[in-house]
Design a protein around this ligand. Structure first.
Ligand code: SF4
Length: 754
């Protein structure tokens, strides 16, 4: 499991030269984000200055990480790439498929038996292709990456949106779809639009009840869930330096909640302390030699307005603890205002559950500060009014806090310790009574609080706050309790005021673990067999998609004209479908079932033009495919926004959809369509959307001349015999047209032509 010091030293060896060259080309001092971007160009040495928010650039990430729900399809695709091993260090983490119910041991053994074939598959593929495998129970992907692999100035991608957590150790870590991960694992470059930059200057110092979590809760309140889109958030200032490395991780983690590409901090003493505590003295030694390149040029932080596209300033000394929610992480309420806000909005003030942990907040510091509140309650004879649960981020954290008595402190309040896994954070929580869908409130220290996310109950009002605030609120049992000003009654009826939390940034006796749960890959995996049962309903080996036949697509049928918002959740729903993420045929039964049909305003009810009957979208697509009839999908604006899951592109490809024609695309989904060998097209004239009719037959007129920058002409033959020819724009470059011709990007990689 050891980090790869040779790889890190290699990155640092050329960093100065690359960054100096970039500074010369850009012609001004550089931010940290720019230094990391320019030192990770696929072309290695910078040859031009890029325009933020405009230029698409190929990068060479240092690492890849995948979690069990997304790794299945990523690795099934990688198996087709024809490579002997992964080209960059890669790890797989089993954390999403473990449900929290009664407690760690029972829950883990149940998950192991329920998902054994998935875990066995991930383990054997990892073993074969040189991938580090973290077994179920080892912990959550982002906590393990921070403990073992993240390093200042590095760049990594991960098939999970909270990959950004590694920014706490000064990395640029970015969440991507599995197809992107396959490219990098196969030794190809990875394309990203050169991001814009948002600077956050932190002055003052955290004190009292305020924690790093409150910084990002405040930033989310300011920027909203869309405010960081297409941007890297770079934190700096004395306030940043005064915070722990894991606190920085919490802030970067929730950068995903403002839509940011990623977030990061400059290399400082807190990172040195964390690297030393996690046994990575070699990384400190190597990083210290290039320390000037692991933070922005001094001139940037002296006059930040000049260098960032947007600047936010927060004084930590004045920052109040925040409680964000319900239903969205950007609805911020300072603790002093919660009483009136809760009353004004009718939020249930009685708290049923307090949950601490997840990848966002399960550091030693988090746990020890929350435990200091519990300790006080126990000492004063205060009985907790809400139930309490913890899901530690890793076995190393769990083992260490058990050794140091922190778990037993929590247990004095009847706390349930769940498996080191995502659990309630991803809806993997079998909460008793949730099926009654009663209106209720829970508080947690996770990152997301969308409707149904924790327990499937749409009426659960989930609020996000720091672990110490979760502890205080759960003990009080009230959402409108303000520990800074209010007292609690103990079991003797006496008034007691809680002191502010105290904790240790790092364990004074060091971290410890008996079995971290890591499986190193075979030195030579060529003889390792990967077994996928043909009768499995959860895993299915992929067959390559057919290459283009070189002819115009003709006599295609309209599968659906989607109306309004059509996100990746509408195209490939999550929730109960999570279990089919490794089985393309089965998961294709959720294709577009959430999309609204423009002709009847209903979901999952479209006309089968072969029979005239209305049926579910996947059923109609399968009928067309069986009859050898190609189909196309038409959509509205920002089609495919949301998650980066490539299932949303693979499913239509698998079910015979040849083209998706929309008013505009979310960029990652457009790329995913291209990668799977499909046509992702936009109306040259948006009003043409209205010309498409339910019974249309579609003919491409000049696909044989498919070329960069040249719109395609498509004929829509209506039921009455009349026709409309419309122009469709596209953004395919030469290389991407080759993906289309080959049937998919993966087919090209497999043929050794990518
Ligand atoms: Fe995602 Fe929650 Fe798991 Fe973190 S703990 S990786 S946010 S599901």
């Amino acid at each position: 499991m050891a980090f790869d010091i040779e790889m890190i030293e290699k990155v640092y060896a050329t960093m100065a030269e690359r960054v100096d060259k970039a500074r010369e080309l850009v012609g001004r001092p550089l931010t940290l984000s720019e230094k990391i971007l320019y030192s990770h160009l696929w072309e290695k040495m910078p040859t031009q200055a890029f325009t933020r928010g405009k230029d698409y650039v190929d990068f060479a990430p240092d690492r890849v990480a995948c979690q069990d729900a997304t790794a299945q399809m990523a690795l099934l695709q990688f198996m087709h790439a024809g490579k002997k091993t992964v080209a960059v260090p890669t790890t797989v983490h089993c954390d999403h498929l473990i449900q929290a119910k009664v407690g760690a041991d029972a829950d883990l053994s149940r998950a192991k038996s329920q998902s054994s074939e998935v875990f066995d598959f991930l383990s054997s593929v990892s073993n074969k292709y040189g991938i580090g495998f973290w077994k179920p129970g080892s912990g959550i992907i982002h906590q393990i990456v921070l403990e073992n692999y993240a390093f200042p100035g590095g760049m990594m991608i991960g098939t999970d949106s909270h990959t950004v957590n590694a920014g706490g150790l000064g990395m640029l870590a970015i969440g991507v779809g599995g197809a992107d991960a396959v490219d990098v694992m196969s030794g190809m470059g990875w394309e990203l639009k050169f991001p814009k930059l948002i600077g956050v200057k932190l002055t003052g110092k955290l004190n009292g009840w305020t924690a790093p979590k409150d910084v990002i809760l405040k930033v989310a309140d300011i920027l909203t869930v869309k405010g960081g889109t297409g941007a890297i958030v770079e934190y700096f200032g004395e306030g940043a330096e005064s915070m722990s490395c894991t606190g920085k991780g919490t802030i970067c983690n929730m950068g995903a909640e403002i839509g940011a590409t990623t977030s990061t901090f400059g290399y400082d003493d807190s990172m040195r302390r964390y690297l030393n505590a996690t046994d990575r003295q070699d990384v400190v030694k190597a990083a210290d030699k290039v320390a000037d390149y692991l933070t922005a040029d001094a001139a940037v932080y002296a006059d930040p307005e000049q260098y960032f596209d947007q600047l936010i300033e927060i004084n930590l000394s004045e920052l109040e603890p925040h409680i964000n929610g319900p239903f969205t992480p950007d609805r911020g309420t300072p603790v002093s205002k919660m009483k009136e806000e809760a009353a004004a909005n009718g939020w249930p003030v009685k708290i049923e559950w307090g949950l601490i942990g997840s990848c966002t907040n399960s550091s030693y510091e988090d746990m020890s500060r929350a435990a200091s509140i519990v300790e006080q309650a126990v000492a004063h004879g205060i009985s907790p009014k809400a139930e309490f649960g913890i899901n530690p981020g890793s076995e190393q954290i769990r083992y260490t806090i058990e050794r140091d008595g922190i778990i037993s402190t929590f247990e004095k309040m009847g706390t349930k310790v769940f498996t080191n896994a995502c659990g309630p954070c991803i809806g993997q929580w079998d909460r008793a009574g949730a099926e009654k869908e009663e209106k209720n409130t829970i508080v947690h220290s996770f990152n997301r609080n969308f409707s149904k996310r924790a327990d499937g109950n749409p009426n659960t009002h989930a609020f996000v706050t720091s672990p110490e605030m979760v502890a205080a609120l759960a003990i009080s049992g009230r959402l409108d309790f303000n520990p800074l000003t209010d007292s609690l009654l103990n079991d003797k009826g006496e008034e007691v005021k809680l002191n502010p939390p105290k904790g240790e940034e790092l364990p004074s006796k060091g971290f410890d673990v008996e079995d971290a749960g890591f499986q190193a890959p075979a030195a030579d995996g060529s003889s390792v067999d990967v077994v996928v049962s043909e009768s499995s309903d959860r895993l299915q080996l992929l067959a390559p998609f057919e290459p283009w036949d070189g002819k115009n697509i003709t006599n295609a049928k309209l599968l659906i004209k989607a109306f309004g918002k059509c996100t990746t959740d509408h195209i490939s729903m999550a929730g109960p479908w999570l279990r089919f993420r490794g089985h393309l045929d089965n998961i294709s039964n959720n294709m577009l079932i959430g999309a609204v049909n423009a002709y009847n305003q209903e979901t999952n009810k479209v006309k089968n033009q072969l029979t005239g009957a209305y049926d579910a979208v996947p059923a109609v697509a399968r009928a067309y495919k069986a009859a050898g009839v190609p189909s196309i999908v038409v959509g509205d604006h920002n089609y495919g926004e949301g998650s980066s899951r490539e299932h949303a592109a693979m499913e239509p490809r698998f079910l015979g959809v040849e083209a998706v024609l929309v008013k505009s695309f979310a960029r990652i989904h457009e790329t995913n369509l291209k990668k799977q060998g499909m046509l992702g097209l936009t109306f040259a004239n948006e009003a043409d959307y209205d010309k498409i009719q339910e019974n249309d037959t579609i003919n491409f007129l000049d696909l044989t001349e498919f070329a960069p920058g040249k719109p395609l002409a498509i004929e829509f033959v209506h039921e009455d015999g009349s026709k409309d020819v419309i122009l469709a724009n596209h953004t395919y470059n030469e290389g991407q047209i080759e993906w289309f011709k080959a049937g998919s990007a993966l087919n090209l990689i497999a043929a050794g032509k990518a």
